[in-house]
Ligand binder design. Structure first.
Ligand SMILES: [Zn+2]
Length: 166
């Protein structure tokens, strides 16, 4: 995590424990201890600590906050690098990203067009998880419909291109 994230965590603790005092030195020390870990993992630990009946009456010690956590670089080794999809916001494994992005943008197009023509959204999860054959069939059907109903020259051109390419 970054230094400003450590500062956020410290502020959160101060917010809950008035007696918790910190200075620049604390921030530096905590950063040294926490920098190798994920912000969200440690945040979750703090929340657990706050809710704990046994320990929650005292501010957590920094060493407690990393107990049992996996360092960021080991998580990447274990799970693979993830990239955030700019359309849906989900984190997707690098290896699956192209496939995801392709489907995700098609689903977005279907959803936008469905809203435009029928005034309602589609079940995005269903379309995201559909197998390729069924999805392509439905996508083609829908594009045919749009092609017959749109007046937008650019869209007609794009769709005609799409059908020639298939
Ligand atoms: Zn996506």
């Amino acid at each position: 995590m970054e230094k400003k994230e450590v500062q956020f965590l410290i502020k959160k603790i101060k917010n809950n424990y008035n007696e918790f005092n910190y200075d620049e030195y604390t921030v530096t020390e905590w950063f040294k201890e926490l920098k190798d870990y994920d912000f969200n993992d440690v945040l979750q630990k703090i929340d657990e600590h706050l809710r704990s009946e046994r320990y929650g009456n005292k501010p957590p010690r920094v060493y407690f906050l990393t107990k049992g956590l996996i360092k960021t670089k080991d998580k990447i080794k274990r799970e693979g690098i993830k990239i955030r999809c700019s359309i849906c916001g989900e984190s997707v494994l690098l290896n699956d990203f192209d496939k995801h992005f392709d489907r995700c943008s098609s689903v977005k197009y279907l959803n936008d067009q469905n809203k435009k023509y029928f005034g309602k959204e589609i079940d995005k999860d269903k379309y995201m998880n559909m197998d390729d054959r069924e999805f392509n069939y439905k996508y083609d059907k829908f594009c045919e419909y749009v092609l017959q109903n749109t007046n937008n020259k650019k869209e007609i051109e794009c769709l005609e291109h799409y059908f020639i390419g298939r």
